[in-house]
Design a binder for this molecule. Sequence first.
Ligand code: FAD
Ligand code: SF4
Ligand code: SF4
Length: 455
Amino acid sequence: MNDKKIKVRMQDAKERVKNFNEVELGYNDEEALQEASRCLNCKIPKCVEGCPVNIMIPNFIKAVKEGNLKEAYDIISESSSLPAVCGRVCPQEKQCESKCVKGIKGESISIGSLERYVADQAILNGFSSTKQIGKNGFKVAIVGSGPAGLTCAGDLAKNGFDVTIYEVLHKAGGVLTYGIPEFRLPKRIVQKEVDSLKALGVDIKTDVPIGNAITLNDLQEEYDAVFVGTGAGLPKFMNIPGEDGNEVFSANEILTRINLMGAYKDDAKTPIKKVKVAYVIGGGNVAMDAVRSLKRLGIEAHLMYRRGIDELPARKVEVEHAKEEGIIFDLLRNPKFIITDEKNSVVGMQVVKMTLGEPGADGRRNVIEEEGSEYFVGCDMVVMALGTSPNHEALKQSPIVLTEKGLIEVEGTKTSLDNVYAGGDAVTGAATVILAMEAGKKAAKEIIDRLIKKN
Ligand code: FAD
Ligand code: SF4
Ligand code: SF4
């Protein structure tokens, strides 16, 4: 019995740093079959407990083993409306795969890669799993087209609701479209998932900000229910001197310009300035995406993080990919201030070395500055990837209750306002795609229970 995962083929690191094409190439038929054959089809499948949307993992893997890909896709689609996305970006190693019994003595089943395989085959073969029922006469508005909004919309549309999504940007998908780079999540995949929602009858109105000309209150009056899934897109900064320098950006801005506005293309309307050396500050997935994107623009790309390699919050697989691609890791370091010239252009940073201390209340080890360890590094761009918080533009002029941390307060997914529900990063703070989807699903269920079951 093979206890090792079938490896996923990848673009060679030397080649991939020159392009934005997908890094992981996914399984072919034979590899998928071999990997699926490792699954024990457990009677009490622990893996399902690890999946926030409870996909019936052994059942879909069994269907893959039997060569019945349409059935595998139908099984996944009962629980998830974005399988091609989740198969690629879910932190599987902390979720479904962390619970797989095969992981006790060897390596867990590559559930994410098998899910991606099935979803990609579904796109290639034009499978659809639309079990729509007749219209029920209720109208729901959704604010934000990220994974929370899209999932809520899909579940409601399948249950006969008229659904309209309002999205401030010119493309739907939220972070899937403007944040996660093409080399991890091709935008054609996101578009396919958006198109299948449209095929269900969901109306997506882009370039429409909620909060000013149209307020939450307007939506409340016009619709039977409203779901707010506006995410957490407001970047945090360090508040150190020099942060107003011309070439200091948030990771969100860099990634949005690359993903949404094609800033890496030679003919881009808003290209990213060709600099020589850039430092990305932070250690999460966003930092990793930003630094790997900058490397692909031909820039000497550094990642500066105040803790060590073991404490990096980014997914291990992304850290490995970044290392292979030649990202320079400056660990246990923190900027003190950014230095600019007379034109306010960045010329470098004053940096201090850090030491790890005892674990704090959150279990993470504290960091202490090493006295007298400051030094100068030359660079011409600094990118802050220090986390994000919700931007509550949509809630303007609305008496909705927020928590002390500035997140939307909910009971289940119901907010303090009549018929207004919320979920995803706007409620939890920056989290993950699958948790946003779980919240979208939960909200759809609560809306269905409230509007249909009460009648
Ligand atoms: P979002 O995806 O943020 O969507 C919210 C949408 O609401 C946006 O489209 C926004 O434009 C819109 N909106 C906001 N205000 C208004 C308004 N007033 N009117 C109309 N529309 C509005 N998670 C993972 O699981 N795996 C990963 O690998 C991963 N990588 C990431 C990489 C990056 C760079 C980033 C930024 C995040 C990453 N995440 C990852 C986190 C994940 O993408 C988010 O947790 C998830 O997208 C949250 O979904 P959401 O629907 O709540 O919000
Ligand atoms: Fe695992 Fe995510 Fe797929 Fe669930 S959605 S089975 S957690 S990869
Ligand atoms: Fe298969 Fe692992 Fe789930 Fe068992 S726990 S059914 S081996 S994926």
